[in-house]
Ligand binder design. Structure first.
Ligand code: AQP
Length: 332
């Protein structure tokens, strides 16, 4: 069976972008693939984190996976730091990753900003650890949002570099799976910026734990333009905010963007926003309630993570041993 690996950083409020760009798609894929869903806490450390918050967020992301419909029996759910093989493989892969490849990564440029010399080595090497996460399990498919496409391409390049260096067809080249009508959910306040955990502007982001009133208010306050909704997809050209809201509607209702456009063609934003708010509140309200219930039982969450880490290690360790043998590391 083909294998999926994907993950989310426990770095703050999970939002609609994480849900529509990642988690919701995973739920649909879990019956067709052997699935491993990780809470990538080592990636979170590439930027400063409060230790107490990091632990709490790790449990919250786990709760989000389960509340959204990931079955912890059918899938492996664990936190990255519980399987040390991720960092061991990252070192081995880092030794064959040219700096030129890492220098092209736009996310590093965005996150490091102008203070590039002060950015940590971890932030720079992040894509190598991400490649190790995926390759450690010989994952064949990686469902992610658009924003992670470049890192996925790098993971493929690194897998190819390993296979070529040792003249062996060891790592499969993982395929990115980017699908749905909302592969890149944009900020509700600025259609040119992606919805992000680290955005501090008010009303830019719908959190998965927002209550019904907050979700509805954020949608009502979402930036729009003065025109009615377009008659066709072509009419979305140059209307980033309208395209974003219709994309969200389409993804939440499992429809295509074209269907959403047809449904609201010529209508005004206030009517459309009321329907969008009702849809979002229905889905996120249920998930948020379930997340709160699960987070209140940390013993249950920790049990899921412990069991997940054992199952993950059972796949990871034999693969790491093979890599060590191929690489020439002596295991006396
Ligand atoms: N706006 C988005 N639209 C669609 N998908 C998104 N993802 C993130 N933002 C959007 C997807 O969520 C998964 C987890 O991403 P991550 O935890 O690695 O966080 P990130 O990509 O760095 O983005 P965040 O969540 O907004 O955090 P910051 O503020 O750090 O940038 C991935 O599959 C990602 O594609």
């Amino acid at each position: 069976m083909n294998r999926i690996f994907s993950g989310i950083q426990p770095t703050g409020n999970l939002h609609l972008g994480n849900y529509l760009g990642a988690i919701r798609n995973w739920v649909a894929l879990q019956r067709e693939y052997d699935c491993i869903f990780c809470i990538v806490d080592l990636h979170a450390l590439t930027l400063p984190q409060d230790p107490k918050e990091l632990r709490a967020q790790t449990r919250e992301v786990t709760a989000a996976y389960i509340a959204a419909g990931i079955d912890p029996e059918a899938c492996i759910i664990f936190n990255q730091s519980a399987v040390a093989a991720h960092t061991e493989l990252a070192w081995l892969l880092g030794c064959l990753t040219p700096l030129g490849w890492l220098n092209r990564m736009t996310q590093f440029k965005e996150k490091a900003g102008k203070q590039r010399d002060n950015a940590g080595l971890g932030l720079y090497a992040y894509p190598v650890l991400m490649a190790a996460d995926i390759l450690l399990y010989k994952a064949t498919h990686v469902p992610v949002g658009e924003d992670q496409k470049q890192h996925l391409e790098l993971a493929r390049d690194i897998a190819g570099a390993f296979n070529r260096r040792y003249g062996i067809d060891f790592f499969p080249l993982p395929e990115p799976q980017i699908f749905g009508a909302a592969t890149r959910v944009m900020s509700l306040r600025d259609g040119a910026k992606k919805m992000s955990k680290s955005d501090t502007s008010d009303y830019s982001r719908i959190n998965m734990t927002d209550d019904a009133d907050t979700v509805a208010l954020k949608i009502r306050k979402a930036k729009t333009d003065p025109h009615p909704l377009p008659e066709s997809e072509a009419g979305l050209e140059g209307r980033a905010e309208a395209a974003n809201l219709l994309g969200i509607y389409a993804a939440l209702s499992d429809a295509s963007l074209a269907e959403a456009v047809r449904r609201f063609a010529g209508r005004n934003f206030s009517e459309f926003k009321e329907e969008l708010a009702a849809l979002a509140v229905g889905i996120l309200g249920r998930i948020g309630g379930e997340m709160r219930r699960l987070v209140a039982d940390p013993g249950y969450i920790d049990g899921i993570l412990r069991r997940g880490a054992e199952r993950a290690r059972a796949i990871a360790l034999p693969n790491l041993r093979e890599v060590q043998d191929i690489t020439g590391l002596l295991r006396a």
